[in-house]
Design a protein around this ligand. Sequence first.
Ligand SMILES: [Zn+2]
Ligand SMILES: [Zn+2]
Length: 387
Amino acid sequence: MAMPENVKTSPDYPVPKTHKAWVLDDPGQLRLTEKPVPVPGRAEVLVRIDAIAVCGTDIEVIYQGPPALIEGGVPFNKNWTPGHEYMGTVVALGLGVDEYAIGDRVTVEIHAGCGQCKRCREGMYTSCHNYGKNYGDVNKGHRANGFTTDGGFCEYAVNNINTLAPVSDQMSDEEATLVVTAGTSMYGLTELGGLVAGESVVVTGPGPIGLLGVAVAKTLGAYPVILTGTRDNRLEIGSKLGADHVINVRNEDVIEKVKEYTGGIGADYVLECSGAANSLNEAGKMANRGGKICLAAFPHEEVMVDVMHLVANNIYVYGIRGEGKSGTRRAAAFMDQKRFDATLIHTHTFDMAELPEAIRYAKDRVEDAIKVVLKNDYAYEKQAAAE
Ligand SMILES: [Zn+2]
Ligand SMILES: [Zn+2]
């Protein structure tokens, strides 16, 4: 047995001693290796990873490092495994766990938080004050899988039960990997006020978070929902996910158009998902007086901001990190009820062994890739057994 006595396992889901795992060497250099299977502690389970999606933030950490933080520093050459948008099957239960059973299908959110700081106590565990403190004599038990602890580009991962959401049989493995992305969109809308029914929402940038931001806003009853972007094929997917209007910023005056669609005054909420340099200034002009802007993308440069416009118009600006306040579970509930079809953003599937190629597809948007999903071998075995 690979697992210690106080960890529950089942002969139906044998746990090996080691597993295949990708690790990050120098920036951009991924290597497939063999690692010991991690052991779940109190309030933790071991998840056999069946499928995982590549996220834009994975590409950030693999090439640049931050926001990954391993043992207080950059994540390079530390035998660390990236990847955070995974789903799988519970195969071992740590001490005290009765909330989940072995064999349960689950999807995960990233941040377990330390559970004891001010922000964790407020439900803002993605802003944990002990971020990355999980080693040596500063071990506060913080986990953000794929950022401060080992992630999911491998076969097995430990997850705190507070990061799990159940997946019903009607949801495919591929779709379940998209729950955390929808959870980020849900968290953004939560921070903007949550009650967006009948309120106007602009989503800027039709990447995965923006596209699912449209879907979540529409499902929450927002009206109208307006999506802006530069590529018509992405905007078309946004229409299918519920956008009432789409604006191609290359062809049209985006601020004029937003005003036209919102009775001349601008939108109540702007969810900024593009990370473009001028995006905050444009969002300020798209919002109405007293409106709210949520920044959900990482820009790549410092930007000049027209603060005068924001102050003079009482415009609120929020930054969000990831998917706090259990947004992931609320998004999973929408997806379970088929309130929108998140699979419209899943474009490519690879085997786990092909990770560098999958990353290239996602990074360079090969064949207009949006969400690229990787699957482990036993996911195919499971599928074959079910057929
Ligand atoms: Zn992500
Ligand atoms: Zn905390």
